[in-house]
Write a protein that binds this ligand. Sequence first.
Ligand code: CTP
Ligand code: MG
Length: 168
Amino acid sequence: SMKLPRRTLLVLCGPAGSGKSTFAARYFSAIPTMVVSSDYCRAMICDDPTNQQVNRDTFDVFHYIIRKRLFNGRFTVADSTALHAEARRKLWELAFHFGYLKCLVVFNVSLATCLERDRLRERQVGPQVIEYHIRLLQKALQEIPAEQWDRVYLLNEHDMEATIEIDP
Ligand code: CTP
Ligand code: MG
């Protein structure tokens, strides 16, 4: 159960196909604009959610929108893989700057499950990317304890149920 203050940045972290966007859509359906997605930011600037040539601009837009939401005191979910320490650090620092609670939700999902989910979906990232993401996840799981998140929620692939309450 996650009981979260209004001023929380909830950072999702996990491989492609681990269920981050599904989780975000499920728990934040009442106010979907709470979820800022790097894939959506990518599509907004180049009409192609898979174009890796525009990473820098994609994350400029992603961080910019998150910054403006935090400036306005809005509860925000950052939907990106956040598998690199540097990606997490950037989001951590945005939350810190605005005096937000810094929460990380880690999608600890196996290679086999991510591969299977990827295979069944429309926009596929492919096995090579997912294998790489699983290695980054293992590294992230080692690094995260030293990163000073206020809260870390580790979601198991067989138990992604959550109760999320946001203070009024
Ligand atoms: N899915 C599933 N069961 C879950 C979670 C997700 O079957 N518990 C399916 C979704 O329906 C989707 C696929 O797995 O077809 C990938 O889920 P998604 O939420 O899109 O994964 P993300 O982590 O957001 O992947 P990406 O990083 O590529 O955006
Ligand atoms: Mg997604």
